[in-house]
Design a protein around this ligand. Structure first.
Ligand code: NAD
Length: 455
């Protein structure tokens, strides 16, 4: 316990001492605005740390469980054992948060860890490689840098647990490597997160909450609302409100705003620019290749067959797909793979509840975006790959179309708060019997007489 606490406190010192460097590195990597870096990379990690430190002794305790009549003098409990050596592979979009939060749980649960930050957020990777080892016990915690060849070699090793955050195709590579050694995995993957906006809502509030969630970190967020589903009337009402929220947040020219980020690299920039031909550009649409700038953009009247609806957007582009009513929105969501996050806006809580009831997703947030991630009391993670059967047909839930949407998997496993501790702990079922009262055991020993069968 003392050792774990010392390592966790050292992570806290890392965040305090390196705060300025973290803000600078993420700014260099993707123009991450200082407040967004402070909130997502530092504040949320410190919150996880505090909750873990405050609860660790309680989480580590054996959990005593119910017993049957013959075991009343025995002790039955769940022991939280560490797995051993765990591998944590992180992506580039929240390059501190997405290795640090799993690492907090790995340390809390008593594991050693190898950390593999993303090579794409290269300034943050360098900062982690050069400084983190000064804080942690280097006999138990190591950082491995590099890209595909280095990670491929790393994955050839036999780990006791692998925690991967990244894209679904690489998630499959990681799971295949893990399968070779039957290593358990958590896969935190991507998604195309629907956001349903009902006809009964306060458009100003919806617009501000959607614009914040979509354009935070220039849209490079795994749980960002990926597209809006609403009626044609709501699209009309929403458009001026979205324009107003964008101007309120980023000024008349978002390119000059210190509060709007940039795309991480040229490859992502080119990919995103190609999506702008979907539907019609209603707001934004300006790009600057030299700066890797894409304006906060809203695309209206987007068709399900348009390029923006074929992949996770992961950038500052918000398509609106027009549907006739809520039932059609629910059918639209259920016809696609289960997303990492799902959003529904309505002043009528029955409508929000109906969307929740009739769909499936990794996480759900009614009347806001992203905020469910900030609650450490909620599990965070995906819900596997399959689409769900149509509403009212749960009884045939196993008959999924197994070939659909291979690239949009939301992942498996969950973390945050105690869920992270549990993820990195082997829950060992233990029964410690009393040596006496042997007569109580006689009925289960041979010879198995007819009497013992109750015949
Ligand atoms: P990525 O899958 O390309 O890379 C993630 C990590 O895997 C990096 O450390 C990278 O070096 C490594 N990697 C890349 N290719 C590899 C290969 N062929 N073999 C072995 N390792 C390899 O993902 P990314 O581009 O860094 O991140 C974006 C993706 O991550 C998006 O799909 C996004 O939705 C997802 N994501 C998910 C969450 C979540 O919590 N569910 C959070 C952030 C990002």
């Amino acid at each position: 316990m003392e050792y774990r606490v010392a390592q966790l406190e050292a992570l806290g010192r890392f965040l305090d001492d390196k705060k300025q460097e973290i803000l600078e590195a993420t700014e260099l990597d993707m123009g991450k605005p200082s407040f967004e870096a402070f909130f997502s990379e530092i504040l949320l990690c410190k919150n996880e740390l505090n909750i873990t430190l405050n609860n660790l002794s309680h989480w580590m305790k054996d959990e005593h469980v119910d017993k049957n009549l013959v075991m009343q003098l025995d002790s039955a409990f769940i022991r939280k054992d560490p797995y051993g050596v765990v591998l944590i592979i992180a992506p580039w979009n929240y390059p501190i948060h997405l290795f640090l939060v799993p690492l907090i749980g790995a340390i809390a649960a008593g594991n050693c860890a190898i950390i593999k930050p993303s090579e794409i957020s290269k300034n943050t990777e360098r900062l982690i490689a050069e400084t983190l080892s000064c804080y942690l016990d280097n006999d138990c915690f190591a950082i491995v840098t590099g890209g595909v060849p280095e990670t491929t070699r790393l994955l050839e090793n036999k780990f006791d647990y692998i925690f991967f955050t990244g894209s679904p195709p690489v998630g499959r590579i990681v799971m295949t490597a893990a399968a070779k050694h039957l290593t358990p995995v958590t896969l935190e993957l991507g998604g195309k997160n629907p956001c349903y906006v009902s006809d009964t809502c306060d458009v100003t509030n919806v617009a501000r909450r959607v614009v914040w969630g979509r354009f935070f970190n220039a849209g490079q967020t795994c749980i960002a609302p990926d597209y809006l589903l609403c009626t044609i009337e709501m699209q009309e009402k929403l458009m001026p409100a979205l324009r107003e929220a964008i101007t309120e947040f980023f000024g008349p020219n978002p390119r000059e705003s210190p509060d709007f980020g940039r795309i991480v690299n040229d490859k992502q920039f080119q990919r995103l620019r190609a999506l702008l031909c979907s539907g019609r550009v209603a707001i934004g649409g300006q790009t600057d290749e030299a700066e890797r700038y894409i304006a906060p953009t809203v695309l209206a009247d987007v068709l399900p067959s348009d390029p923006a609806m074929q992949e996770e957007i992961f950038g500052p582009i918000l398509p609106i797909v027009v549907i006739a009513n809520m039932d059609e929105a629910i059918d639209f969501i259920n016809a696609r793979p289960r997303p990492l996050a799902l959003y529904a806006f309505s002043c009528d809580s029955k409508i929000v509840n109906q969307v929740l009831e009739q769909t499936s997703s990794g996480g759900f947030c009614g009347n806001d975006t992203l905020m469910h991630l900030t609650l450490t009391s909620l599990p965070f993670g995906g819900v596997g790959r399959s689409k769900i059967p149509s509403p009212g047909h749960w009884e045939i839930g196993l008959i999924h179309d197994l070939s659909y949407g291979e690239e949009w998997n939301s992942g498996l496993g969950k973390y945050h708060g105690k869920f992270t501790f549990d993820t990195f702990s082997h829950h060992r079922g233990c029964l410690h019997r009393n040596m006496g009262l042997e007569t109580l055991n006689t009925p289960r020993y041979p010879p198995y007489t007819q009497q013992k069968l109750g015949l």
